[in-house]
Design a protein around this ligand. Structure first.
Ligand SMILES: Cc1cc2nc3c(=O)[nH]c(=O)nc-3n(C[C@H](O)[C@H](O)[C@H](O)COP(=O)(O)OP(=O)(O)OC[C@H]3O[C@@H](n4cnc5c(N)ncnc54)[C@H](O)[C@@H]3O)c2cc1C
Length: 577
C-alpha cells in the first residue's frame, strides 16, 4: 500500500507563484504570515498527516467504530492522534483570537485540511465539523454561549456536531419534527430523534456540543419555523444531559467515523440566533462544511492518484506499443501504456485543477474575513457562487478519480489490503452528505444564478476575467478568454428560465461551469508556472494540455444538454419506468 506523501511542491506553487497569497496578507494586516511561515505551517501539517494520521487509515477502515454500554469508541489510535492534534494547536488554526484561536489565513490552513483528508478522511471529519460549528456559534451565538463554549471548541477540548437529519427529513428539512419546549429560564427542552449524526459520540473528548435544528411550539410550518439550539452532552454543572446514542450505522465506507442515531429526550439546550431563524444560522455551518466536503473529494482523489502512480511505475505487464521501454525486464511497467497514462493523467489533471480552484476559494475566504467591508462583500458573493461547485464537482471528481485508481491496479485494486477500494467507499458519501450533489447543482442554478438575477455570476466572472487578463502568453490568454466568455454568455442565457427547466438543467450547468472554470485555472497555472520558472513548469504545461484536450471537451456535452428543455426527462409517466 502506497504511503501518503503530501504534495507540498504543488501547494507552494499554488499559494506563492500562482495566487501570491502573502501579497494579499500584507493588505489585510496579516503581514507576519510571510511565505516562510506559511511553508512552515504546511510542512508541519504534512508531517502530522503523513506520520500520525495516515498510518491509522487502513486499520480504521477494518476495525470501524463500536457502541458498547451506550458509549461509542473509534478505531485504535484515533483518540491518541486527536489528542496530539489539539496539543499541537492544529484545531485552533482558524478560531477567533478572542476565544483562544490563532486566526490563521484560510489559505494557510486549507492545505493542512486537504492533507489530513488524504491521510484519513474518517478521522478528519469530526475535526472539520467542529470548525464549522465554531463558525456558526461565532456568528449567531449569544455572548454567554460564546464565552461558555467557544474556547473549548476552538482548542478542541470539545467537539461539535451538526444535527439536522431525521428519518423523514433529509433534503427536505421542512419535514423535521424535533421539538423545543421553552423552560422560561432561557433554556429549552429538546425532544426528537436525529439520524446519521457524524461524531455524535466518541471517546476523544469530555464533552460534545450538538447544534440541533428543532421547532418551537408556536413555529410556523415549513423551513421558516425551524430554530437552532446548542445542546451539550454534559451540562455546564457537569451532569449528563438527557440524550443518548440509539445506535451506530454500519456503512459502505467512512468506517472510522461514528455515524450515530441520537435520541434527545427532553435534553436541555439554548437558542442560537433568533427564534425561527435556525436554518439561516445553520447555513453558516453548512456552507463551511460543504466546502470541507469538497476538499474531502480532493484529498481522497490525491491519495488515490498517489497509490495508482506508485503501482503503475512498479507493475510489470505487457510491452509498450511505442517500443520496449525496459529491455532488462521481462515486461514494461504499465506506466508506459497509453491507456494507463490516460487514467493517471485524468486523475492528476482533475485533482490538481480542483485543488487550484479550492485554493482560489480559500483566498476569497481570507478576503471575506480580513478585507475591507467592500472587499468582504465581493468575496462573499464569489464564495456563495462557488460553494455548490466546490462541493459537488470536487466530490464527483474524487469518486471518479478513485475509480480510476482501482482500475490502474487491475484486480489487485479490488483487494482490500492495497487501500484503493477504500477510496471508492470513503469518497462515495461525499457526493451525498451536506446536501446531495443534485441539491448543490439546484442551489447553483436556482438560488445562485436565476433567482439572484445574475449578480453573483457577474462578480465571479470578474474574478476569472482578472485571472485571464493576467495570463502572459497571448494564445493561452485568448483561449482562456474564449472559454470564460462562452461560460458567461451561456450562464446569462439561463436567467429567466422557469422552475422546471431550471431543475432539469441543474446538473449540466454545475458540471459545465466546473469544467470551464477549472480550464481557465489550468491555463493560468501553466502560464504562471512558465513565467515564474517554477520547477513544476514542465509538468503543469503538459497536464494543462491533457486537461484541455481530453477533459475539457466534457463541458461541450453538458452545454448541449443545457440547450434542451425538460421534455425528454418528464415525458415518461412514473408507471412507464
Ligand atoms: C455517513 C453519513 C453521515 C452523515 N452525517 C450527517 C450529519 O453529521 N448531520 C446530519 O444532519 N446529517 C448527516 N447525514 C445525512 C445526509 O446529509 C443526508 O443523507 C443527505 O442530506 C440526503 O438526505 P436523505 O438521505 O434523506 O436523501 P433524500 O432527501 O431522501 O434524497 C433522495 C434522493 O432524492 C433527491 N432529491 C431530494 N429532494 C430533491 C429535490 N428537491 N430536487 C432534486 N433532487 C432531490 C436527492 O438528491 C437524492 O438523490 C449523513 C449521512 C450519512 C450517510
Amino acid at each position: 500500500m502506497a504511503a501518503y506523501s503530501a504534495p507540498l511542491d504543488d501547494f507552494k506553487f499554488l499559494l506563492h507563484d500562482w495566487l501570491k497569497v502573502t501579497d494579499n496578507y500584507q493588505a489585510m494586516n496579516k503581514g507576519d504570515f510571510d511565505a516562510d511561515l506559511v511553508n512552515e505551517i504546511i510542512t508541519q501539517g504534512a508531517k502530522f498527516a503523513e506520520e500520525v494520521v495516515a498510518p491509522l487509515n487502513l486499520n480504521g477502515d477494518n476495525q470501524g467504530c463500536r457502541l458498547e454500554d451506550g458509549k461509542v469508541s473509534t478505531p485504535d489510535g484515533f483518540a491518541k492522534a486527536y489528542a496530539e492534534y489539539i496539543e499541537n494547536g492544529w484545531n485552533s488554526m482558524l478560531g477567533s483570537e478572542i476565544y483562544g484561536g490563532q486566526e490563521l489565513p484560510y489559505s494557510a490552513a486549507i492545505p493542512v485540511h486537504e492533507m489530513l483528508m488524504s491521510a484519513n478522511v474518517s478521522w478528519r471529519l469530526i475535526c472539520g465539523l467542529t470548525e464549522s460549528a465554531v463558525l456558526a456559534l461565532e456568528k449567531h451565538g449569544s455572548d454567554e454561549l460564546k464565552d461558555a463554549y467557544l474556547p473549548n471548541l476552538i482548542s478542541g477540548e470539545w467537539t461539535g456536531t451538526m444535527c439536522l437529519t431525521e428519518p423523514q427529513a433529509g433534503t427536505d428539512l421542512s419535514l423535521l419534527t424535533t421539538k423545543a419546549d421553552n423552560n422560561d429560564d432561557g433554556s429549552y427542552n429538546i425532544t426528537g430523534t436525529k439520524i446519521f449524526i457524524s461524531g455524535g459520540d466518541h471517546e476523544w473528548t469530555d464533552n460534545i456540543i450538538h447544534l440541533v435544528l428543532a421547532r418551537l411550539p408556536d413555529a410556523p410550518a415549513g423551513v421558516k419555523g425551524i430554530s437552532l439550539f446548542l445542546v451539550p452532552k454534559f451540562m455546564p454543572d457537569g451532569s449528563a444531559n438527557d440524550l443518548s446514542v440509539g445506535s451506530i450505522e454500519h456503512k459502505m465506507g467512512l468506517h472510522g467515523c461514528p455515524t450515530c442515531v441520537m435520541n434527545f429526550d427532553g435534553a436541555k439546550g439554548w437558542l442560537v440566533g433568533a427564534p425561527h431563524s435556525g436554518l439561516a444560522c445553520m447555513f453558516t455551518m453548512m456552507n463551511d462544511a460543504r466546502f470541507q466536503v469538497g476538499l474531502q473529494g480532493v484529498g481522497i482523489g490525491e491519495a488515490s492518484y498517489q497509490g495508482a502512480l506508485e503501482y503503475a511505475k512498479d507493475r510489470l505487464q505487457s510491452r509498450a506499443p511505442q517500443g520496449i521501454q525496459e529491455p532488462e525486464k521481462k515486461a514494461d511497467a504499465i506506466i508506459h501504456l497509453p491507456d494507463v497514462r490516460r487514467m493517471l493523467l485524468t486523475q492528476k489533471s482533475l485533482v490538481e485543477g480542483s485543488r487550484a480552484l479550492g485554493l482560489l476559494y480559500a483566498k476569497q475566504m481570507d478576503i471575506a474575513r480580513f478585507g475591507t467591508p467592500e472587499e468582504q462583500a465581493n468575496a462573499e458573493a464569489i464564495i456563495a457562487f462557488l460553494t455548490p461547485i466546490t462541493k459537488s464537482f470536487f466530490t464527483d471528481m474524487g469518486q471518479e478519480v478513485s475509480q480510476h485508481g482501482v482500475q490502474v491496479y487491475g484486480g489487485h485494486g479490488y483487494i482490500q489490503e492495497w487501500g484503493m477500494e477504500q477510496h471508492i467507499r470513503d469518497s462515495r458519501i461525499t457526493q451525498l452528505y451536506e446536501g446531495t450533489n443534485g441539491i448543490q447543482a439546484l442551489d447553483l442554478i436556482s438560488r445562485k444564478l436565476v433567482r439572484d438575477g445574475g449578480k453573483l455570476l457577474s462578480v465571479t466572472n470578474e474574478l476569472f476575467a482578472q485571472m485571464v487578463s493576467d495570463i502572459a502568453d497571448g494564445s493561452s490568454r485568448d483561449q482562456a478568454s474564449g472559454i470564460l466568455n462562452d461560460w458567461h454568455a451561456t450562464a446569462e442565457s439561463l436567467l429567466g428560465t422557469d422552475a422546471v427547466a431550471t431543475a432539469a438543467k441543474a446538473y449540466d450547468f454545475m458540471q459545465y461551469s466546473a469544467y470551464s472554470l477549472i480550464a481557465i485555472c489550468w491555463l493560468s497555472m501553466a502560464d504562471r508556472a512558465q513565467t515564474s520558472g517554477n520547477a513544476l513548469a514542465q509538468s503543469k504545461t503538459k497536464v494543462c494540455d491533457f486537461y484541455l484536450k481530453r477533459i475539457f471537451p466534457r463541458a461541450s456535452a453538458h452545454k448541449i444538454s443545457l440547450a434542451l428543455d425538460e421534455h425528454d426527462l418528464m415525458q415518461m409517466t412514473a408507471d412507464e419506468f
